[in-house]
Design a protein around this ligand. Sequence first.
Ligand code: SF4
Length: 739
Amino acid sequence: RNLPSGDIAWKKSPCRFCGVGCGLLIGLQEGKAIAVKGDPQSSVNKGLCCVKGYHSVMALYGKDRLTKPLVRKNGKMVETSMQEALDLVAQKMQEAIDNHGKDSVALYGSGQWTIPDGYVASKLMKGAIGTNNLEANARLCMASAVTGFMSTFGMDEPMGCYDDIDHADVFVLWGNNMAEMHPVLFSRLLDNRLKRKNVKIIDLATRTTRTSMAADRSILFKPQTDLAIANAICCEIVNNDWVNTQFVRKHTHFKKGKTDIGYGLEDGFQFNDKISDISFEDYKTFLQDYKPESIQELSGVSAKDLKYLASLYGNPNLKVMSLWCMGPNQHTRGTWINNLIYNIHLLTGKISTPGNSPFSLTGQPSACGTVREVGTLTHKLPHGVVMDEHSREMAAEIWQVPVEKIPSKPTYHTVEMFRALDRGDLKFMWIQVTNPMVTMPKLNRYREGALKEGRFVVVSDVYPTPTTAIADVILPSAMWIEREGMFGNSERRTQHFEQMLEPPGEAMSDTWQLIEVARRLGYEKLFPWTKENHIEEIWKEYGRFHEGPKHGMAPYETLKSQPGAQWPFHEGKSTKWRFNPKYDPACKREGFDFYGKADGKAWILARPYEAPPEVPDNEYPFWLNTGRVVEHWHTGSMTRRVSVLHQAVPNSYVELHPDDARRMNIRTGNLVKISSRRGEIVMPASVDERGKPAPGHVFVPFFDEQFLINELTLDAFCPISKQPDYKKCAVKVEKYSSV
Ligand code: SF4
């Protein structure tokens, strides 16, 4: 209503924040971004945004934006020029390599990196320097989704697309507070429920959220027992003869994973997943331990509700979409629970057709595009994995480096990388576009490790954070539309955005910072691009890794001319549903073709229930769960600079069940001390406000750097994916004061 009425130029960009990847129209006037509206031409959001999207450009203009590099001198951060700061970064990196070897340096990035950022990072670390010490924070949010896809289908990323929502009759949300985490997609679910008869939303979760309140049915379960619940659903499907026998015979194998116990509390990089064949009869026998009546006490879900869930999946006349994100992924058996949700869809044949879709959502704007597709993880390359000779040869040929330069063994996954910094095995670490001093589990340990003598830490970011506070050099980064780039969203859609604004002060894009340092290290020939052409040239080079009908990426010109393209992009067209010959030209076999597996057959994996590594006891009697709120993005480093978002939720809080609060005489706003075996914090209570945990549970959003809840969380992780479990550990809760 109060927009300036002068000439406003509207330019297209994907949203900077979550993995939904809404299309925005950015209003530009006199060199500033002044307004945002949803892009009606974007098939992702069709003109709608959430509160973060509408206010996204305000995050560019926080008062304390980093505009000058800072270096630590005599314990104090002092301003310097960008050229001197980059010289120092290159010098320290080279010194570490010369004195301690190439595996003493590491780069830690993000699912908020653009695709060119991630590509240059991979080429610098793996191709130029020759170390696999490259990781990204997406290890903390979607690594289990990747290993789930890889073990079941042999290929990563969802086979369906957001259009599935317009076809499905039933949505089962597995531990997924979609109303707050993926709000625009959730509104599409609600819209379909309004427009079409008998559409149902089932919320299966460990606490009551805004999603539960909007759902047709809210089913609460005890933490970690989603493993048993998924098996109970499969048990019912098998015992009631609801199996789509023709589909299962033609397109699946039954397999068993080695059921090793180990939460990754201290380990190296082993995938720990030995698979062997089993028969359908073996699988059926395995499932009999999960009859609904047998697991209702364990799971807290009645046999009636478990049978109801199974009947929805088992009904051949209903199209079912399962949607999940951090609940199943941040789990000490994250890979297994991903496999188990796929099992339900494979047994019933409800997969890769419009509306029948197991859909793993991502959190960050380019966790798929940058981390999963470019492969900015220790074991990955832009195509394939470092352990595979063919993938190394392809990378060496495209990068024009000797193949021996690219090491064949993964080194440190994220938790292990920070342990290596703590141990002193890493001497130099560069962190870009992420805030690990808020997000690492068991945070005290990793903060102390990073601050030890003899470590040199560089942080590139747009605002001061607890991570810049530990840095020896802080590089100011250009943000989002202050540079050109691409993001890849949850439905395999790559979206380009152009540079619309000048970055403030000496701020520079993360891509160009990496290129500048690479050149100072002597790799000019590998990074020959100019400031004007580098994004186009990087995209063209990167595209060589992804050619053909199974992986093809849209050309640069296509990305510039339309609001995104889904891969596989082949002969000028995006593929909406993979593995189904009706929609996917890469399918060569009759019926469905899960071509990620050599014989085109997906795997139904028997995965058991396993207890969590830490459970409440007399000393620490509450479950702690952590997560997000719709108003704040990630650690809040940007959204807390947007006054309207900050005022809406100015600080984090601990949610308690009203019965627990009453028993301890705690009211909303009282200060509460929460402690675990790893740390303690004091923070305000919230009772019966936004969400409601189950009795004996508490929930804390992690966006607030004033209340670092990760000082309490446990660094146990899935032994296959290496993704930590932020959703459950044991804590004590005490009233601290009535203020
Ligand atoms: Fe941005 Fe996600 Fe909100 Fe869409 S739903 S506007 S992508 S934060």
